[in-house]
Design a protein. Structure first.
Length: 173
């Protein structure tokens, strides 16, 4: 396993599990509509009634995601703390790091950048037109973008390792 990527995979996996578990720590059907705006706490009243674990996850969701009910999945009858696209990003981060660690390959930067295009198109067209995406499309484009982020993290880690090796070989007589 790569030195830097393995701990990152563990962190991403723990985060994804927390996001998936949080709705199950609440009474079924107790979180139904969290719709709001990104960058604001719109659901402080609902979050205040949650257990500390769920409250922390839902607070992060509330402050970083629009949480539109129609664009979110439900687990245990509860709206998830993040929308379908964000969930896809989290799944993609885990999947991408697993691919990097198992397959041990270097993805060209162009391929990494192209992995963001479907999500940008889906979200951009939806923002600018009457087109309404589906949660499955949001999940899939988010997953692809998350995989791309993981590949980008891997490329950065490889570049750092290579520059450190080059620096240490220049110092050696």
């Amino acid at each position: 396993m790569q030195k830097a990527e393995a701990p990152v995979l563990i962190i991403f996996t723990i985060w994804l599990l927390w996001v998936l578990i949080a709705p199950y720590t609440l009474a079924p059907g107790s979180v139904e509509d969290l719709s709001g705006k990104v960058g604001t706490i719109d659901n402080a009243d609902q979050i205040a009634e949650m257990n500390p674990f769920a409250a922390a996850i839902y607070w992060l969701g509330d402050s970083n995601c629009h949480q539109m009910s129609s664009r979110s999945y439900y687990l245990n009858g509860n709206e998830m703390p993040f929308c379908a696209r964000d969930l896809g990003l989290f799944v993609g981060l885990v999947l991408g790091m697993v691919l990097v660690l198992v397959l041990k390959f270097r993805v060209p930067l162009l391929v990494v950048v192209l992995g963001f295009v479907p999500m940008a198109l889906d979200g951009g067209i939806q923002l600018l037109t009457d087109y309404e995406s589906t949660n499955l499309v949001r999940l899939l484009t988010g997953t692809l973008a998350g995989v791309s982020v993981a590949f980008l993290i891997h490329l950065i880690a490889l570049n750092i390792r290579e520059s450190r090796r080059a620096g240490s070989s220049q110092r050696s007589p």
